[in-house]
Design a protein around this ligand. Structure first.
Ligand code: NAP
Length: 321
């Protein structure tokens, strides 16, 4: 099969276009012919050799977890899915090898959902990882509801672009950060207060609006000061979700009755189906998606590494779906 893969960690140049054997499936999996593959920061971080203590590799590694496509084979234990079903999903694994930047990907049947007919394959591939992560942060862990307040760091990125509308959908007041060029974009997503982090320290700006802090902080950046600030910005009894690291070891968390966690997304097909229904019925907007050919995977990783992408990048794998 056609695939993008790497045989050693390194910069974008290790990404190679070539032929690999079509991967086998296990009895609880389906084989999907990939229409499109979503690009996420984790793809290039794993390629660069980060996070080896958590996620192992079997080379050659095909990067990518997000996908949309069509089922072409079904494992003998799988129920409820058949060849020809159009699906979206998350081919997450703690040991990466068979990713989604390829013609075919094996994936656990519990990690897929039907692609709604009104949603394109490219939009479908953009959504799973960020949508599941944001919903598990805001609705599940954060328990956000009508009248709550939330600070979503980096509103213009993949997570922010789905988290802001989700928080509005839950009835919350939304604060977010971005650079000047993304102000109108995050406003259009529904952010109530936009903080340009280049003009003033975001901590001070947020405190002016919410002196007692917000119900939930969704921290997408990392660094010691950033983590401590995130804790400081939650109100007593509130919650802080970290996307990249464990909470800092500070007594303030217990003293102020905070809940805090490093939330790693769960590849939950049932939850993904509920979220797909919300996108289908326009209860949630699909973020802007930039489509690039699979052959441009190196350029897609370079753009992701710039830290400046807005919305999502998707690689088109099949041109006939
Ligand atoms: N734990 C999990 O399961 C999980 C799941 C998904 C993602 N993540 C992590 O969450 C983080 C965000 O992911 P993502 O997909 O949203 O990334 P992304 O799409 O690459 O984020 C790019 C955005 O970040 C913004 N940005 C960059 N520096 C900023 C700053 N200092 N302040 C505010 N905004 C800034 C940029 O907007 P401007 O140009 O306006 O600054 C840009 O729009 C990544 O570290 C990723 O690895 C974790």
């Amino acid at each position: 099969m056609r695939a993008i893969y790497y045989t050693a960690h390194g910069d974008t140049e290790v990404l190679t276009a070539g032929e690999l054997p079509t991967p086998p499936i296990e009895s609880h999996q389906v084989l999907v012919r990939v229409a499109a593959a979503g690009v996420n920061p984790i793809d290039r971080r794993l390629r660069a050799g980060e996070l080896q203590e958590y996620i192992s590799r079997t080379f050659p590694v095909v990067p990518g977890w997000d996908f949309s496509g069509v089922i072409v084979a079904v494992g003998e234990e799988v129920e409820g899915w058949k060849v020809g079903d159009e699906v979206v999903g998350l081919a997450f694994a703690w040991s990466v090898q068979h990713g989604t930047y390829a013609e075919f990907v094996p994936v656990d049947a519990t990690a897929i959902a039907k692609k709604p007919p009104g949603l394109s394959f490219s939009d479908g591939a953009a959504l799973p990882l960020v949508s599941l992560t944001a919903w598990q942060s805001l609705a599940e862990y954060g328990q956000l509801r009508e009248g709550h307040s939330v600070f979503i760091q980096a509103g213009a990125g993949g997570i922010g672009s789905v988290a802001i509308p989700m928080a509005k959908h839950l009835g919350c007041r939304v604060y977010t950060t971005c650079s000047a060029g993304n102000r109108d974009y995050v406003k259009a997503l529904g952010a109530d207060v936009v903080i340009d982090y280049n003009i003033a320290p975001y901590v001070d700006a947020l405190r002016e609006h919410e002196p007692n802090g917000v119900n939930l902080v969704l921290e997408t950046l990392y660094g010691d000061d950033i983590s401590l600030n995130a804790i400081g910005l939650a109100k007593n009894g509130g919650a802080v979700v970290f996307m990249n690291n464990e909470p800092p070891a500070v007594s303030e968390i217990d003293e102020r009755g905070l809940r805090s966690t490093f939330l790693h997304h769960r590849a939950d097909g049932a939850m993904l189906a509920e979220l797909m229904a919300k996108y289908q019925h326009a209860e949630l907007p699909v973020p802007p998606v930039e489509i690039m050919p699979l052959a441009d995977a190196r350029e897609a990783h370079r753009r992701s590494e710039s830290g400046r992408t807005r919305g999502k990048i998707v690689l088109q794998v099949a041109t006939d779906l």
